[in-house]
Design a protein around this ligand. Structure first.
Ligand SMILES: *[C@@H]1O[C@H](CO)[C@@H](O)[C@H](O)[C@H]1NC(C)=O
Ligand SMILES: *[C@@H]1O[C@H](CO)[C@@H](O)[C@H](O)[C@H]1NC(C)=O
Ligand SMILES: *[C@@H]1O[C@H](CO)[C@@H](O)[C@H](O)[C@H]1NC(C)=O
Ligand SMILES: *[C@@H]1O[C@H](CO)[C@@H](O)[C@H](O)[C@H]1NC(C)=O
Ligand SMILES: *[C@@H]1O[C@H](CO)[C@@H](O)[C@H](O)[C@H]1NC(C)=O
Ligand SMILES: *[C@@H]1O[C@H](CO)[C@@H](O)[C@H](O)[C@H]1NC(C)=O
Ligand SMILES: *[C@@H]1O[C@H](CO)[C@@H](O)[C@H](O)[C@H]1NC(C)=O
Ligand SMILES: *[C@@H]1O[C@H](CO)[C@@H](O)[C@H](O)[C@H]1NC(C)=O
Length: 473
């Protein structure tokens, strides 16, 4: 299913059940829609007050529709591999006043009215979560029935938010160890999850064999991608699927990885520039763009002839000239290589400013490079802009990630269930090598010099990057 305008997609977001839970082998696939939202920029910090342009926040995220309660109320969520809680706005949330209780389309809403669900139960457990883009949600844990892609999950635990300022609820599908209420208990070597989140519950209930899901975000021009729980669709990637381990960047805190971080060892721009690095990046569908060390962003930005813009805090320049110089950005993950077309990393500045609905760059467009500067190591993130080039398989049971070059196709699916591990995948050449740089070189875009920084890999409290685009890390 393809569609080319955001408006069209809004009427097509209803869940499409592709397979029934009763059919063996067990898996469930359903569509996710890319959704556009426009709102005023929440005060974009600027270190150069001379530059004063009004930049609108053109946000995009991948959206998924889930039925909650009895009878089911269909509600839209941001799909997030970077967090682990499902939470929904309560229909009486003050943040939704004046929005018809969150009803934003004819077919679905962003809020849930628990009063009209006969299977709803409130648990006596408070809930609170803060995201990388400075949004938050708070309320309490509840249980109710869910309908995900036609698959019914009875009595699932999730959160009902009575306060918060995110633009939609979030469907976090990460490790249970990273649930917002996961508590570190002295007696245990890892944070203790409070409840089985949706993917873990699907496995526990026998709806899927393995806590594994595959994400295919599709071409930037298509607004519908898909997520497949419990299986891999071999029609949607090319070449060999490679395995890399999830990296545990909180080794002192947890025995196992708590987030979907993998090693990024190099970035190559055609044969013009190669940057070696050993960093652990979060593969995060809840983040629109990507955030990498300053010297990496600055090197790529200047190689394509872009200039750092203090207002947007991104590199900006002439798209046509950049595409004349460089075609492909090649990423090396432990020796597994993913190619991303440079044009897929350039976002039209008119789109960013809210003057156009088309993200893609045309001839002579001024473009923004979809690569921001991370403030700290744990904020190295590859979001949707990069993930679109990847067929991404998150195997949470075995703490490993399968990656292959995504194929944009409407060919007949070739779905293989994941029983114990990802089928047809081999370990990447550098699978066992997880040495990370504990030293970053800071780059000053003004003087164009590198200077040593003292940052080391330590357990830091959650901080927030600038909120230009969605980031639900
Ligand atoms: C920026 O522009 C706006 C609208 O044109 C104006 O109200 C504001 O005072 C300007 N701010 C600065 C720092 O110049
Ligand atoms: C449910 O009903 C209670 C009691 O009438 C009310 O206080 C609450 O706001 C209602 N909740 C919603 C989501 O409408
Ligand atoms: C959301 O609320 C938090 C806490 O009050 C605040 O820091 C943040 O700026 C708000 N974010 C947005 C997008 O309104
Ligand atoms: C649903 O789950 C809650 C919390 O796990 C439990 O207290 C309750 O008994 C369950 N209800 C049913 C109908 O299974
Ligand atoms: C998830 O893990 C990251 C680090 O891996 C941590 O910064 C973040 O606070 C955790 N989030 C929650 C909600 O536990
Ligand atoms: C952008 O670059 C192209 C190709 O180098 C050039 O023809 C065009 O004039 C440039 N546009 C602007 C606005 O500088
Ligand atoms: C990927 O990076 C590793 C570590 O730097 C290096 O040994 C390997 O040759 C690189 N592979 C490719 C295909 O660039
Ligand atoms: C982790 O534990 C080791 C050994 O106890 C210690 O040397 C190291 O400083 C700790 N690292 C952090 C980030 O706390």
């Amino acid at each position: 299913m393809n569609c080319y305008t955001a408006l069209l997609c809004l009427s097509m977001i209803a869940v499409r059940a592709v397979s029934a839970a009763s059919v063996k082998p067990k898996y469930v696939e359903f569509d996710i829609a890319r959704y556009f939202k426009q709102e005023d920029l929440h005060s974009c910090p600027s270190s150069n007050s001379a530059v004063n342009s009004s930049v609108a926040n053109r946000d995009y995220y991948y959206q998924i529709t889930i039925g909650i309660g009895t009878p089911p109320q269909f509600v839209d969520f941001t799909l997030d591999t970077g967090s682990s809680d499902l939470w929904v706005f309560s229909a009486d949330n003050p943040a939704l006043l004046g929005t018809k209780n969150g009803i934003n389309t004819e077919s679905s809403a962003i809020a849930f009215n628990s009063n009209i669900s006969s299977t709803f139960h409130k648990l006596d457990v408070p809930f609170e979560i803060y995201y990388g883009d400075r949004t938050y949600a708070a309320g309490s844990l509840v249980t109710d029935n869910l309908d995900i892609g036609g698959m019914k999950i009875n009595n699932a635990t999730f959160a009902l938010a009575t306060t918060g300022n995110s633009s939609t609820g979030v469907f976090g599908i990460g490790f249970t160890q990273n649930e917002s209420e996961a508590k570190y208990k002295e007696s245990e070597s890892s944070p203790h999850p409070t409840y089985l989140n949706v993917p873990a519950l699907m496995k526990h209930e026998g709806l899927i064999h393995s806590n594994t899901y595959s994400l295919w975000l599709n071409d930037v021009k298509a607004n519908i991608g898909s997520i497949l729980f419990g299986a891999v669709d071999r029609s949607k990637y090319c070449g060999q699927m490679m395995l890399v381990p999830f990296y545990n960047n909180y080794q002192n805190y947890s025995e196992h990885p708590t987030q979907a971080r993998i090693m990024l060892n190099g970035i190559k721009l055609d044969n013009e520039l190669q940057i070696d690095m050993n960093i652990a990046v979060l593969i995060d569908s809840g983040t629109s763009l990507a955030y990498l060390p300053e010297y990496v962003v600055a090197s790529i930005g200047s190689q394509i002839g872009f200039e750092y813009d203090y207002v947007t805090q991104f590199y900006i320049g002439n798209a046509t000239a950049a595409l004349k110089k460089i075609n492909t950005v090649q990423l090396n993950f432990s020796g597994a290589v993913i190619n991303v077309a440079l044009k897929d990393l350039l976002i039209s500045l008119s789109y960013v400013e809210g003057l156009s609905d088309d993200m893609t760059v045309g001839p002579n467009d001024i473009a923004m490079l979809a690569l921001g500067i991370a403030k700290e190591e744990y904020q190295y993130i590859l979001g949707d802009a990069f993930m679109r080039s990847m067929y991404a398989v998150f195997d949470l049971d075995n703490y490993q990630f399968g990656l292959a070059q995504a194929k944009y196709t409407s060919a007949k699916p070739d779905i293989v269930p994941v029983i114990a591990s990802i089928p047809n995948a081999i370990a990447a050449p550098g699978y066992a090598n997880t040495i990370v740089d504990t030293f970053m070189t800071a780059y000053d875009p003004k003087s164009k010099t590198h200077s040593p920084s003292t940052s080391t890999l330590v357990n830091r409290p959650m901080q927030t990057p600038n909120g230009m685009f969605n980031s639900t890390q």
